[in-house]
Design a protein around this ligand. Structure first.
Ligand code: SAM
Length: 309
């Protein structure tokens, strides 16, 4: 089994870790990540309605299946020509987005009129999804540090007709300087991205445990800041596209141990790991969710939702 993971290009450290976490399933996960993911899109309800756009696309020969956790989400099963060259795409009636990435905004449930923070926003996939759930009402303060990624975000938000978002080119470690208290916060955290090996195969051998530790520490700092500016009773969704428990379950355990929060149940995905590498975590951690390439045909993804008490 380990030999097979090595032959797919995984470093010894990560092959052994994955084997320890998932046993024989590690190979199924790794093999699923060798195949390209289906191309999925989200209907932009700021510009159109779901039945209207799906009918238009069907007429042009596109076929698709609904993403179970998102009313507006679909994955293409037939794409006679690139959907990105259709007037529908160019006019912002849809956004190309991986299916698991559609879950954090749905889990956060932002409502029209609320004050929301998106602590790591670029290129704006989840920001624009939240804006459509909010019907462009209320405010999203969207932070990112990547200058080029922010330019792309600005173009995306403008193509999609998002008007309730303030883009801030700054680390969200400074979010408290705004002097705003938020109803809801999304932290789609910077991470090692080991769940996106389909797109980034170099990550199989290129990542180290130092990278994992660096991301873990940054995520903890961001969560601490986020929780400090969240209203009491407000909710925060923390997500990553990493497979590593140090970035997901261990960070969540640290949040539960150090802050006055409650973990809220989520409906989709598999329960998060409660005994990764034999380390016993709180049983409630299972309420956080994992998406897997072999089972959900998505990136490897982690989502948790907490309420500030
Ligand atoms: N939420 C985005 C979406 O759905 O389109 C994807 C976000 S990506 C997973 C993580 C982002 O975190 C990157 O764009 C990166 O530039 C940003 N980032 C890294 N460190 C940051 C920090 N200290 N403050 C704000 N953003 C940061």
């Amino acid at each position: 089994m380990l030999e097979k993971l090595f032959s797919l290009g995984y470093s010894k450290t990560f092959a052994e870790r994955y084997h320890e976490l998932w046993g024989e399933r590690a190979l199924a996960i790794a093999e699923a990540m060798e195949k390209p993911l289906p191309r999925c899109f989200r209907v932009n309800t700021l510009r159109t309605e779901v039945p209207r756009l799906t009918k238009l696309l069907n007429k042009k020969g596109f076929q698709f299946k609904r993403v179970p956790w998102t009313r507006e989400g679909f994955c293409l099963t037939r794409e006679p020509f690139s959907i990105t060259s259709t007037p529908e795409y160019l006019n912002g009636l849809l956004y190309i987005q991986e299916a698991s990435s559609m879950y954090p905004p749905v889990a956060l449930e932002p409502k029209p009129g609320e004050i929301i923070a998106d602590m790591a926003a670029a290129p704006g996939g989840k920001t624009s999804h939240m804006a459509q759930l909010m019907k462009n009402e209320g405010i999203i303060y969207a932070f990112d540090v990547g200058e080029d990624r922010l330019k792309e975000t600005r173009l995306n938000l403008s193509r999609l007709g998002v008007t309730n978002t303030i883009l801030i080119h700054k680390s969200s470690l400074h979010i408290d300087e705004l002097g705003v208290e938020f109803d809801k916060i999304l932290l789609d955290a910077p991470c090692t991205g080991s769940g996106t090996i389909h797109k980034n195969p170099e990550r199989k051998a290129g990542r180290t445990m130092e990278d994992v530790k660096f991301c873990q520490s940054l995520q903890m700092k961001l969560l601490k800041k986020g929780l400090s500016v969240l209203k009491k009773g407000g909710t925060l969704v923390y997500s990553t596209c990493s497979l590593e428990p140090e970035e997901n379950e261990f960070v969540l355990q640290w949040v539960l141990d150090n802050f006055d929060v409650e973990l809220l149940p989520l409906r989709y995905g598999e329960p998060a790991l409660t005994k990764p590498f034999g380390i016993e975590l709180s049983g409630v951690i299972k309420e956080a969710r994992r998406f897997y390439p072999d089972r959900h045909v998505t990136s490897g993804f982690f989502v948790a939702k907490v309420k500030k008490l």
